[in-house]
Design a protein around this ligand. Structure first.
Ligand code: KG4
Ligand code: ZN
Length: 328
């Protein structure tokens, strides 16, 4: 079995997976959303302190599995430096105590493998990652052959939902609240400009849209009874249209048989529907993670670790370091 730890942002999670059957035997996650909500975003130092409390509590529950562990895996990149350190330190302690190898996992590859928890992999695939930290399109051929073909030049898709929710005083994370609010709004009420719509670049940008939304929010706040539902709906519509317009352009150059959406924001039903529509003429199958594994979790880290264990992709204890930025 492999024990995997995730602490790259505001979720403390540990999983146990069976190497041979790929079955997830144990998974527990303690989220810190409530603690960060008052600040409208994740406060790194607070997150690190909460990991230091939560991870040992979850680890205690894993004790019955200790004798069967063949390796310990941990997210080592990308993420918040101070929170990654919490997981990596714990993983190193376990590796030394149990005398087992350590595996450093890239969180973005974890999101890709969230598609295959307890399942066989299905490659090649074109994968859209939409999370709080990343918005990128990757061509995935295997564990070690992943090419990023488009990425955001500034904010990420999920982050833009978080920032818009913060402007409206709706707390953190913004994705689910904005999606819910948008259901009562008119998607065409605000004519926000689609980012980079005149640019031939296949890339993403959310900072301009965020600023346009800020102006609309300020206008709405002048009213006696502000109602942000039209702004939320129009924002979600344009944020999604930006993705689908760029993907449409990209799909002219490549014909995937399988297309995946992963990451926390892949839970967004409007986005899922729009991408499904986009894929129709291309006959590409859309695959998604189970809703509970879209956001950060340790099950996906454990799933990657199985593949890395089989390929003996271990790290030397003294070499495994955290890296806030991913090389993908
Ligand atoms: O993958 P994730 O849990 O963490 C990172 O790796 O960043 O993604 C979290 C992000 C947050 O920005 C959150 O607002 C966004 O995913 N998110 C959503 C939805 N649910 C979560 N964004 C849009 N619509 C949603 N339903
Ligand atoms: Zn993530």
């Amino acid at each position: 079995m492999i024990l995997a730890i995730e602490s790259s942002c505001d979720d403390s999670a540990i999983s146990i997976t069976d190497i041979k059957t790929k079955k997830l035997l144990f998974h527990k996650k303690i989220s810190q959303e409530l603690e960060h909500s008052v600040y409208g975003g994740v406060v790194p130092e607070l997150a690190a302190r909460l990991h230091a409390e939560a991870l040992p509590k979850i680890l205690e529950e894993c004790e019955p599995y200790f004798k069967d562990l063949k390796a310990v895996a941990v997210t080592s990149t990308p993420g918040l430096a101070v929170t990654l350190v919490e997981g990596v330190t714990m993983a190193k302690a376990i590796a030394v105590a149990l005398d087992i190898p350590i595996i450093g996992v890239n969180h973005l590859i974890g999101h890709i493998y969230s598609l295959f928890i307890e399942k066989e992999t299905q490659f090649p695939l074109t994968c859209l990652l939409v999370s709080g930290g990343h918005t990128q399109v990757m061509e995935v051929t295997s564990l070690t052959e992943i090419e990023t073909v488009a990425k955001s030049m500034d904010d990420s898709f999920g982050e833009s939902f978080d920032k818009v929710a913060k402007m409206m005083g709706l707390g953190y994370p913004g994705g689910p609240v904005i999606e819910k609010l948008a259901l009562n709004g008119d998607r065409l009420a605000h004519n926000f400009t689609v980012p980079l719509h005149q640019s031939p670049l296949i890339a993403f940008s959310y900072s301009g849209l965020k600023n346009a939304v800020r102006l609309a929010v300020l206008e709405e706040e002048k009213k006696e009874k502000p109602d942000f539902s039209d702004i939320a709906a129009s924002f979600e519509h344009i944020a999604t249209k930006h993705l689908t317009m760029k993907l449409k352009k990209y799909l002219k150059t490549i014909k995937p048989t399988t297309f995946a959406i992963v990451g926390g924001a892949s839970a967004n039903l409007y986005l899922r529907g729009q991408i499904q529509e986009l894929l129709k003429p291309h006959n590409a199958e859309l695959i998604l993670s189970e809703l509970k594994y879209c956001s950060d979790n340790a099950a996906m880290i454990g799933r990657v670790a199985i593949e890395m264990y089989e390929k003996k992709l271990f790290s030397r204890l003294e070499d495994l370091d955290i890296s806030p930025r991913s090389n993908l």
